[in-house]
Write a protein that binds this ligand. Structure first.
Ligand SMILES: [Cu+2]
Length: 249
């Protein structure tokens, strides 16, 4: 009898152990980060002078290429998922709308963080892989080298005149002074990421580049702003609220 009950204890113990093993932590997932551009909620239609900025100038969008670096996900317990330093390339016109984050733990997340532009540790000439997309984003060596954070281009109409605008952002070296134009963004999430919910879509409202805290005028700053710290810093400050979380699915 005593022997039998001892056997029972062993069996129960084995069963508990097996159950515990079956409840193993889920495999990490690949999370997709997707960008959707808009102008105050309206989807971008390229080459149409149909948008109006805060300064009252009509404008079109012909190109929108940019980097987001060092994307991180913050869990509810404050632990942070992050890859090694990496600049993720996006081109809204050419359908380069997504990037992947690998080996993300399943769990509850409360924020997504990234650097808008090329992170400083990568932003030197040759700091990114030598492929055509990065080469096209090169920032002139005489202006500090490295890469553009963004090229946003189009036409505008102001006071009856038509012109081109080139919202080219980069870290500028001018007269021995370095102007850092990249900036950090953190956006709230309240989602469980798992095998079925793993695409984070960020909206990018182009009009936010041109308002709050500063009303930006294409006509006033002119078509060439890369060597103009005042224009670059104005856009940097306006950029804080360009991105928002659109959906997680
Ligand atoms: Cu440029």
């Amino acid at each position: 009898m005593k022997q039998l009950s001892r056997l029972a204890v062993v069996f129960i113990g084995l069963a508990v152990l097996l159950a515990a093993c079956n409840k193993k932590t889920p495999e990490p997932i690949t999370v997709t980060v997707k960008i959707e551009g808009d102008v105050d909620g309206e989807a971008i239609e390229f080459d149409q002078i149909k948008y109006t900025n805060q300064a009252g100038e009509k404008y079109s969008i012909e190109k929108c290429v940019f980097y987001l670096s060092n994307i991180q996900l913050v869990r509810n317990d404050d632990s942070v998922y992050g890859d090694k330093p990496k600049a993720h390339y996006f081109s809204l016109r050419d359908g380069r709308l997504t990037t992947s984050l690998y080996n993300v733990p399943v769990g509850d997340y409360k924020a997504i963080r990234f650097i808008f532009g090329v992170a400083p540790e990568l932003n030197t000439t040759g700091g990114l892989p030598n492929n055509p997309e990065n080469i096209n984003m090169a920032w002139p060596d005489m202006m500090g080298g490295g890469y553009h954070h963004m090229k946003l281009e189009g036409q505008y109409v102001a006071n009856g005149d038509t012109g081109s605008y080139n919202t080219h952002l980069g870290d500028l070296l001018k007269d021995g002074k370095r102007y850092l134009i990249y900036f950090a963004v953190e956006l709230p999430l309240s989602h469980t990421l798992n095998e079925t919910t793993r695409t984070i879509t960020l909206g990018m409202n182009i009009n936010e580049w041109y308002r709050v805290p500063h009303t930006y005028s294409f006509a006033a700053f002119g078509p060439a702003i890369m060597n103009n710290p005042d224009a670059l810093q104005t856009l940097r400050e306006n950029g804080a609220d360009v991105f928002y979380v659109k959906k997680v699915e």
